[in-house]
Structures are given as C-alpha cells and as structure tokens.
Design a protein around this ligand. Structure first.
Ligand SMILES: [Fe+2]
Ligand SMILES: [Fe+2]
Length: 246
C-alpha cells in the first residue's frame, strides 16, 4: 500500500517503495479546486496510486496531470487516469506534447510554453523547461511559488526507504545515488552532463526553492538554491568525465 504524507498544506506525497530496486517512486497530489497529480506512475502501479488518491479526493474530479519527461514512472498511467477522470487533462511542455503526447495521450494535452502558469485555485505552478535535465528532450519542472516547491523529478534521486521530508544532506544522498547508478553495468549514464547543465541548474537555483520534491527519495526542505548549485558539481564529477572502463 502506498504511503501518504502531506508535505505542505494540501500537497501530498504518495510513495511506493520497491524493495528489489531499493527505490521509492513518489507521486504528488495537490488537493485544490482543480486537483493536480504530478507523476502518474506506471500502468503496473496504477491501482496502488489510484487507491491512494481516492483516500484524498474523489479521483473522478482530478483536473490536471503533469510530469517532467516521457518515461513510464512519469506518465505511463496517463491514459488510465484520463479514462477515470473525465475532466482531466495532461499538461506538459510543448516539446513533449508535440513529439509524444499527440500520439500517446487519449485526449489532447495542454502544452506549456516556457514560463506558462497553471492555476489550480489556491496554488500556481510555473512550467520551467529543462531539456536533458534530468534527462529527456522534453524535460521540464513545475515550480509552485507560494511554498516555493520545485517538483524536480529525478534530480536529487536518493536510494532507500526514506522519510517523506528531510532537512539533511540531500546533496550527499544524491551524490551517493549517482555514484551507485554510474557503477551499475546497465543503468549507468542516468543523466547527461552537458554544456547547458550548470546553466539550467543555475536558472532553477534563481527560483530560490524552499522545497525540492524529488520523485525518488525524500522531499528536501531547506536552501534549495544552494543544493541545486552543489548538484551541478555532483553531476560534473560523476557524469561529466569519460569513464575509464566501459
Ligand atoms: Fe526519468
Ligand atoms: Fe524517475
């Protein structure tokens, strides 16, 4: 069964821990006039996430479904949600809408342009395109200005069965996770470090987030700008240099 925690008023982290991967998969539900789900989860985990959402709202009233980039844990169960929530609409960056959603989604999405704002009632979310950060041409993140929460997807990935929120060293955990992935024979090169990566992280840091809502691991509460700037160093160290062995 999914674990639910309210990480800020009416923002819930719905977490599924997968023991064989030693990873949490987090989905964020915003309970508002127009409820928003960030990360649908996979088709295979849809029943568990649906059950968790139904403990918080009537799932048929879901209005917005958003995510960072096209991947099964981000948006795999989109059509299952669209089938059960008649007013629900996908909302993603215009690249994702143009290259993936026009074919994949059973209903037309809302396509965000850079800086577009989605209001759900008491919360406003700004779409920040972040191509290839954490990965994927279509990647972007939502930033909620009131609580200063950045929904940062795979950025700040942390392994383990962790608390919903933390004020501890999220950069150290991220460093360990990237090192672990980079040592994996198949899952290495999780994220690219490109000439744009540091600048994009700096753009996110300029938002001065107070919460970093990660898909895998705890939501960090603290100086998000500093963590984002340090994340650039972590990524450059592990991902920005040639591997000695392949
Ligand atoms: Fe991803
Ligand atoms: Fe992910």
């Amino acid at each position: 069964m999914a674990q639910i925690d309210e990480i800020s008023p009416d923002v819930f982290r719905i977490s599924l821990y997968v023991p064989n991967l030693d990873m949490q998969f987090n989905h964020f539900l915003v309970r508002d006039e127009e409820p928003l789900l960030f990360h649908t989860g996979m088709r295979k985990t849809f029943p568990a996430v649906y059950e968790a959402v139904s403990r918080l709202i009537d799932p048929a009233t879901l209005r917005w479904i958003s995510w960072s980039h096209f991947e099964v844990d981000e948006c795999g169960a989109l059509n299952e949600w669209l089938a059960r929530a008649p007013q629900a609409q996908a909302a993603c960056g215009e690249v994702g809408a143009m290259v993936n959603l026009f074919d994949f989604a059973d209903r037309a999405p809302r396509a965000f342009k850079p800086g577009d704002v989605l209001s759900t009632g008491r919360h406003e979310f700004r779409w920040v395109p972040t191509p290839h950060l954490p990965h994927g041409w279509d990647a972007g993140m939502l930033f909620e200005a009131r609580e200063r929460t950045l929904f940062c997807s795979d950025l700040f990935h942390q392994f383990g069965q962790l608390s919903a929120t933390t004020t501890e060293d999220v950069v150290g955990r991220y460093n360990d996770a990237i090192a672990r992935m980079q040592a994996h024979p198949v899952l290495l090169d999780y994220m690219p470090f490109t000439p744009q990566t540091r600048r994009r992280l700096e753009e996110l840091a300029a938002l001065e987030p107070r919460m970093l809502a990660a898909m895998h691991g705890s939501t960090f509460i603290g100086d998000g700008a500093s963590a984002l700037r340090q994340a650039a160093d972590v990524m450059e160290r592990h991902l920005g240099t040639e591997l000695v062995t392949r």
